[in-house]
Design a protein around this ligand. Structure first.
Ligand SMILES: *Cc1c(COP(=O)(O)O)cnc(C)c1O
Length: 445
């Protein structure tokens, strides 16, 4: 069953409306597929994390994990809301800086930051680096030294806790491409080496234990394990942990049955666990979080136009839309589930169960299996909710499909924040070597 997120509602004309904008009008003006982002809802999510921490009276920073949805307009919102920005590539740094996001509120994640990316980040003066492994530690020390700079760092630690939507597992397993293993002793060795790097300033640690997490025990366990580690670092080297970044991964409600916690609840659990397990440290670290999905996920809706409908007798009806895995890879990639509604006939009762197919040349390009809808016909507008995170940012040009436009909506106003790609954009990076150039017909020399 479709349910309404954020400012979405069904208006008097029976149309889906978001941010005060009638989606049928948006389709006319901007075409489909179209990503629609509910700006007020994005800001509200950001504020709910910040306000929850303010209530806890802990030193904190809230960052937005920009990989969930990185565009210049989005960086403006994160800046206006005073958030930090977690980036994972030169491209995300560039996007942020071009948008006027201050370098001193950007920090850099990634398990294989290239020397070029590290230099770029050092030159731009970003706030800190989340160092992922020994090679990066030494490379960053070397590059900082060459530039006569000191880089602030925190180390990414894999605490042996892994959380998934409805459960967590405490693995002894160190089998992750990310971070310094806690249980293998790599994390401790990482600290020893970082403290010996005279061009690095080690400020603390980071853990990220999963994504779309519903329960809170995994955070509590992580914090408790890490507090012992901070104590060890203090006892061995007198190292004071100034920053503890507990990562992102807070769950959202894709389907009616999903039951994530409110931002304030996650924050309260983290704050409580920090206070309890870290009370014997010389001082409490500043607590950072870096949600991505939970800030933008529910704020996004993708609008499609229905094209062909194919009935496979006694089996299923396929309703094909003008987008698919090129704008939303998640169903094909991780069997992600979504809800759909007819945006132009949103009040009509459902009477059949259909499967929403994309237009890409892949049998697996299905957006939603078995969704109840009114009788669907060509030209209807289909909306899929909860597409704000990891949809636009994972979009591709497979089949040379043009990536959709993105609009921000609020207070009845729609603003284009990413233009739809043009046909010319598709070939703009193509080059034809001279030897393959089309010969002019009929030309004689
Ligand atoms: C992806 C990621 C995040 C954001 O995760 P969400 O599930 O979108 O909140 C935060 N931190 C790190 C290190 C990540 O890799």
């Amino acid at each position: 069953m479709y349910f309404l997120h954020g400012s979405s509602r069904i208006n008097e004309r029976g149309h889906l409306e978001i941010g005060g904008c009638d989606t049928t009008e948006l389709a006319k003006q901007y075409g489909t597929p179209l990503y629609i982002m509910d700006e007020a809802y994005i800001r509200q999510k950001m504020r709910s994390y910040v306000q929850a921490f303010q209530k806890e009276r802990l030193a904190f920073r809230v960052a937005y994990a920009s990989k969930a949805f990185s565009t210049m307009a989005m960086c403006r919102i994160a800046d206006e809301e005073g958030l930090m920005l977690d980036v994972v590539s030169e491209g995300e740094i560039y996007t942020a800086l071009e948008a006027g996001f201050p370098a001193e509120r950007i920090y850099f994640h990634g398990n294989n930051k290239t020397p070029q990316e590290l230099e770029f980040a050092l030159d731009k003066g970003i706030y800190l680096f989340v160092v992922d492994n020994f090679d990066e530690l030494h490379l960053l020390q070397h590059l900082s030294k060459e530039k006569g700079k000191t880089a602030r760092v925190i180390l990414r630690v894999t605490p042996g806790v892994e959380a998934h939507t409805h459960e967590y597992i405490q693995t002894g397993k160190e089998d992750s491409k990310f971070g310094f293993g806690l249980e293998s002793g790599q994390a401790l060795e990482g600290v020893r080496q970082a403290l010996n790097c005279d061009h690095l300033e080690l400020l603390g640690f980071h853990c990220h234990i999963g994504s779309q997490i519903f329960e809170t025990e995994a955070f509590e366990l992580t914090i408790s394990k890490m507090s012992k580690f901070f104590q060890t670092c203090y006892e061995r080297w007198g190292m004071i942990t100034r920053i503890f970044n507990t990562g992102g991964g807070f769950g959202i409600r894709y389907e009616q049955g999903d039951t994530p916690k409110e931002p304030a609840e996650y924050v309260a659990v983290i704050a409580q666990a920090v206070r309890e397990s870290m009370k014997d440290l010389p001082c409490l670290p500043e607590i950072w979080i870096e949600p991505g999905r939970s800030i933008v996920g529910e704020a996004g809706t993708t609008l499609y136009t229905v094209g062909t409908v194919k009935d496979v007798p006694n089996i299923r009806k396929y309703v094909a839309v003008d987008g698919g895995m090129t704008d939303n890879i998640r169903p094909a990639l991780y069997q992600a589930k979504y809800e759909a509604i007819l945006a132009n006939r949103a009040n009509e009762a459902s009477s059949e169960v259909v499967t929403i197919a994309g237009k890409a040349c892949e049998e697996g390009d299905i957006l939603v299996w078995d969704v109840a809808l009114p009788p669907v016909k060509q030209g209807d507008l289909l909306a899929i909710s909860c597409t704000g995170a990891y949809n636009y940012s994972m979009a591709s040009n497979y089949n040379r499909v043009r990536r959709p436009a993105v609009v921000f909506v609020q207070n009845g106003q729609a603003d284009l924040v990413v233009e739809r790609e043009s046909l010319a954009d598709l070939v703009s990076h193509d080059r034809i070597p001279a030897r393959l150039a089309k010969k002019k017909v009929g030309l004689t020399i």
